[in-house]
Design a protein around this ligand. Structure first.
Ligand code: CP
Length: 315
């Protein structure tokens, strides 16, 4: 299938076929960056700007590596030392970047809808690297990619997403992607963090960890956002760990070949034990590696690389 989208704003906006096209392209990209010389000229002459208004380790670094693997030039915009601190608006900042002949802007912002706004006002391609609690599409895609690598297909997988669903852009992007590709999704956590409205997205809801991860093929643990504790959404970290923390003796509730996933950053000893995070079921580091392949595919496809001829990357 040909990919015709100029922007990547969220997985809600993509069809199952478009998601599959990105995952197929990412498989080719993973082969490229596993080579000793992990560079192809696919985006030579293009410029990618990482415009991050929120902190990031994984997403920003892997977008930079992905762009460099495709031979693009990369600019990392540093908000703290920019004219944003003098009061320059988001749109003026973005227009300024566009005027420097940037082709793709990768944006992370705390305000939901910021990537959509930029996509309407600018000519550059816009890639959402996380907007508030709304969407984190490349995280969703790299999670799907990792599941597909292990199980061959997403269809009919039983996936439990555990933790702070309410505030999680990762959960939303996973839910849209998983449901479109035919997985069964169960959301697990305290009722304050797992509202019943999520049933409308085609998910099951469980407040009991044992029932929630029973026979799961995949357990995707979300970071407990410690800053939320002040809002009385759960009584204490200790109680959260007792009720929802994934510890060795609880893994037997899931399928014997269960994959344990986490988007990072990880709170070891809270949502996941040290032993499981570093154990044989954990694919946390694979997720990070796959993130580069998925972001290479996204940058390539939004820049028109797949149009007309399917996905073919030279080199
Ligand atoms: N998973 C994720 O978005 O991590 P970063 O915040 O480090 O980019």
């Amino acid at each position: 299938m040909v990919f015709r989208k100029k922007h990547l704003l969220g997985l809600e906006e993509l069809s199952a076929e478009e998601i599959t096209t990105i995952l197929d392209a990412a498989a080719g990209m993973k082969e490229i960056f596993s080579r000793p010389v992990k560079k192809v000229p696919a985006l030579r002459g293009k410029t990618v700007c990482n415009l991050f208004f929120e902190n990031s380790t994984r997403t920003r670094t892997s977008f930079e590596l992905a762009a460099k693997n495709l031979s693009a030039d990369v600019v990392n915009f540093n908000v703290a030392t920019s004219s944003v601190v003098k009061g320059e608006s988001l749109l003026d900042t973005a227009r300024t970047i566009q005027s420097m002949a940037v082709d793709i802007v990768v944006i992370r912002h705390s305000c939901p809808g910021t990537p959509l706004l930029l996509s309407k006002r600018l000519n550059m391609s816009v890639v959402n690297a996380g907007d508030g609690a709304h969407a984190h599409p490349t995280q969703g895609l790299l999670d799907l990619f990792t599941m597909r690598e292990h199980f061959g297909s997403i269809k009919d997988l039983r996936v439990a997403i555990v933790g702070d669903i309410l505030h999680s852009r990762v959960a939303r992007s996973n839910i849209f992607g998983l449901r479109k590709l035919g997985a069964h999704v169960t959301l697990v956590g305290p009722s304050t963090l797992v509202p019943r409205e999520f049933k409308e997205m085609g998910c099951e809801i469980e407040y009991d960890l044992k029932r929630g991860i029973s026979n799961a093929n995949v357990i995707n643990l979300l970071r407990i956002q410690l800053e939320r504790q002040k809002k009385n959404l759960f009584p204490s970290i200790r109680e959260y760990r007792l009720l929802y923390g994934l510890q060795e003796d609880r893994l037997s509730w899931a399928s014997p070949d269960v994959l344990v996933m986490h988007p990072g950053p990880v709170n070891r000893g809270v949502e996941i034990s040290q032993e499981i995070a570093d154990g044989p079921h954990s694919v946390i580091n694979e997720q990070v590696t796959n993130g580069i392949a998925v972001r290479m595919a996204v940058l390539y496809l939004v820049s028109g690389g797949g149009a007309g001829s399917g996905v073919q990357v030279g080199g």
